[in-house]
Design a protein around this ligand. Structure first.
Ligand code: MLT
Ligand code: ZN
Length: 405
């Protein structure tokens, strides 16, 4: 997404694969924890946890190929961030090799550790710029016993957020995902992805995928969600809703959501932004930022979809109809991105909610970050990797600027 794992153009970069460090070293039900090496594939962690009656609650579309080391180095999010947080929140310990060859051994599954700075977290989201993560201790939770997926039609992003907050109250902490899908995104999926069907009969302008989960048997989550949605419909706050009645239907709903990006790609290139603002402000941002971009760059089409519950949407701007999107992006992309990022800064947000900085966003990160943040980032990099040998040009740009081959 941001060329974080792409070497620079110098031809002098060494690429390191940890795929063969693929052992699950230990699983400790007493600690609700598992120790995995960096090359272990995420779905193998899921299987190992399930075999012990537990669950590792981080999942994403690429779970069959994504490795633990990469998921840590990118502080991966995924589909259950709403309830369990991103990788950062699930990281109990870390083992890493520092740039001078020293091994930092921090795998102990401590729940409380107040020895000053939280060193393990430095490596999470660092994109390999501080050292090489070789193993990690991951937090596990009780296995999932019930899962319910629904698709809901609404009038506005604010109605979506209001629904989330009411579901929080009625269903306790069981809401695991709350994904915003504007009608135009759904239409792109239906048009470009074979075998997909509209989840609702009505063409609601805003739709959400809701997933709830519970580790408790017996409390019928589907019934409770259905009752909550019925109340919302009677009150006129929800236009339409459907609850998946089988695993296959639930997966079909997720298939629609997970293919938005792919469908958009089929439609042409876009100026892409993976942004976050405070959750409460996202409904306003989605509407106002789209209007502002479309007014400033006539003909462009803004689309915002994704992790509303996390205050993170993919705010993509597509070419005016009839233009070659590649040429248009080469001409206008930078200006549009600067415009969007300035709106994000004004809202107290971040230009990268989940995809990272890599090379592609490094210059923009420097442009819009406040001096105190940048000074700390530079000081940490200088202190741990004074020779600048670890994934150079990522997060902080090289003095000569990005050099993507
Ligand atoms: C998603 O949430 O669908 C992805 O993070 C967006 C993307 O691939 O651009
Ligand atoms: Zn996303």
């Amino acid at each position: 997404m941001v060329a974080g794992a792409v070497p620079d153009a110098s031809g002098r970069a060494l690429l390191l694969s940890l795929r063969r460090m693929n052992r699950i070293r230990a699983i400790s039900p007493g600690d609700n924890a598992l120790v995995a090496e960096a090359g272990v594939i995420l779905s193998h962690v899921h299987e190992a946890a399930a075999a012990a009656g537990l669950r590792f609650p981080l999942s994403l579309g690429a779970k069959g190929s994504a490795t633990i080391g990469g998921l840590i180095s990118t502080n991966a999010g995924g589909t259950q961030v709403l309830r369990f947080g991103p990788m950062r929140a699930l990281l109990l310990g870390i083992e890493a090799v520092l740039p001078d060859g020293t091994i930092f051994e921090g795998l102990s599954p401590l729940r409380k550790d107040n020895r000053g700075y939280d060193l393990r977290q430095l490596f999470c989201g660092a994109e390999g710029t501080l050292g090489v993560v070789t193993a990690a201790t991951l937090r596990l939770v009780p296995a999932l016993r019930q899962r319910v997926v629904a698709w809901v039609g609404l009038d506005s992003p604010q109605a979506a957020l209001d629904l989330l907050r009411r579901l929080d109250q009625r269903l306790g902490e069981s809401v695991e995902a709350f994904e915003l899908v504007p009608l135009v995104a759904l239409q792109l999926v239906l048009h470009h992805i074979p075998g997909t069907r509209a989840p609702l009969a009505a063409d609601c302008p805003w739709q959400v995928l809701v997933e709830c989960g519970s580790s408790v048997d017996g409390e019928d989550l589907a019934t409770r969600l259905a009752a909550a949605l019925a109340t919302e419909m009677q009150a006129g706050r929800v236009v339409d809703a459907v609850i998946a009645s089988s695993e296959a239907q639930a997966n079909a709903l997720w298939h629609v959501r997970e293919n938005i990006s792919e469908a958009e790609r089929h439609d042409g290139m876009a100026a892409k932004h993976d942004i976050s603002v405070p959750v409460s402000d996202m409904p306003r941002f989605v509407i106002e930022a789209a209007a502002a971009v479309e007014a400033r760059f006539p003909g462009v089409r803004a689309i915002a979809f994704g992790h509303l519950g996390d205050g993170n949407v993919h705010f993509n701007v597509r070419a005016p109809i009839g233009l070659d999107s590649r040429d248009w992006l080469a001409c206008e992309g930078e200006g549009i991105t600067a415009f969007v990022d300035d709106l994000v800064v004004a809202a107290g947000g971040s230009l990268s909610a989940e995809h990272g900085i890599g090379q592609i966003k490094a210059a923009e990160f420097v442009r819009i970050s406040d001096p105190a943040r940048l000074a700390m980032v530079r000081a940490i990099k200088q202190a741990i990797d004074p020779l600048g040998i670890m994934n150079p040009g990522k997060v902080l740009p090289l003095a000569s600027g990005p050099a993507i081959p």
